[in-house]
Design a protein around this ligand. Structure first.
Ligand SMILES: Nc1ncnc2c1ncn2[C@@H]1O[C@H](COP(=O)(O)OP(=O)(O)O)[C@@H](O)[C@H]1O
Ligand SMILES: *[C@@H]1O[C@H](CO)[C@@H](O)[C@H](O)[C@H]1NC(C)=O
Length: 267
């Protein structure tokens, strides 16, 4: 994800301030009373199709907050792919670089170009042997507890654990590390503030936490692009608040708030 913007600067129609390179997935969700055993067919009582994929989720959240966004992705040349492109358009996301392919098995590659825009990297799904350039090339490295554990080999269940993991990740060359902690908010560590800082959040009753991390990352990209002079800690507090809204209703993108539904002091 790349974010670039300055307040007061007039963006041309076609210029996106938040560009997300990532996945677009169609979620096929069946509600059942239990999981089937291998080879077993069971009845489901509800079925729905949703728009998911971590990259697209983050892009949708940034767009709903008012960011001018563009999604760089590849989907199949099939009905799910067509629907997904339509979903991006419905969310006012530029589809200029949303490609469609006949080859369903086409893989995707993330390419980081050091082009003087702010880059926010979310190592999901995490692999222990992540290419070390991801640590040094991104401006902001944001992961959740599980990803922090995989990357560092440390157990991460509390703000104190997350602080230790953040220090280790910073040692690998990250400029700013953020570890999200669910209802505990997040922990951050940056070049300017050498001691890790816990940014707690108001606890809410979670209905469905799917995609909370993507809502958080999308919101953070929005603040980096549109409020670059806001202190990082304030950006994180606000991103916590936006992600908290997303956990209070069901679904992934369907639970992401729009600017008009949020308190004015977040903008
Ligand atoms: N129960 C909750 N109450 C308040 N905020 C929450 C809750 N769960 C998640 N959040 C918010 O969502 C962010 C991301 O959640 P987390 O569970 O860490 O990510 P992921 O979706 O990747 O597992 C947290 O940093 C926090 O701001
Ligand atoms: C963190 O994100 C990964 C996807 O990379 C997900 O599988 C995992 O459940 C998340 N962890 C937590 C604690 O929510």
């Amino acid at each position: 994800m790349a974010a670039s913007g300055e307040p007061g600067r007039q963006w041309q129609e076609e210029v996106a301030a938040v560009v997300v390179v990532g996945s677009c997935m169609t979620d096929l969700v069946s509600l059942t009373s239990r999981l089937p055993k291998t080879g077993e067919t069971i009845h489901g009582h509800k079925f729905f199709i949703g728009f998911g994929g971590k990259g697209a989720n983050q892009c949708v959240q940034a767009a709903r907050l008012g960011a001018k966004t563009s999604m760089v992705c590849k989907v199949g040349k099939d009905s799910f792919g067509n629907d997904y492109i339509e979903n991006l358009k419905q969310n006012d996301i530029s589809t200029e670089f949303a490609y469609q392919t006949q080859d369903a098995a086409t893989g995707t590659a993330s390419i980081i170009v050091n082009n003087e825009v702010k880059t926010l990297f979310n190592p999901a799904p995490a692999v222990a042997d992540l290419d070390p350039r991801f640590y040094t090339l991104s401006d902001v490295f944001c992961c959740n507890e599980t990803e922090a554990e995989i990357l560092t080999g440390l157990k991460v269940h509390s703000p104190a654990d997350a602080s230790r993991a953040a220090q280790l990740l910073k040692g690998r060359g990250c400029r700013v590390v953020i570890v999200t902690l669910g209802a505990e908010g997040c922990v951050t560590l940056s070049e300017t503030e050498p001691t890790p800082k816990h940014i707690p959040t108001e606890k809410v009753k979670a209905v469905d936490t799917t995609g909370a991390g993507d809502s958080f990352v999308g919101a953070l990209a929005f603040y980096l692009a549109y409020y670059p002079n806001l202190p990082l800690e304030e950006m994180l507090k606000r991103s916590n608040s936006i992600a908290a809204v997303s956990v209070q209703s069901a679904g992934t993108q369907s639970s992401y708030p729009y600017k008009k539904d949020l308190p004015l002091d977040l903008f």
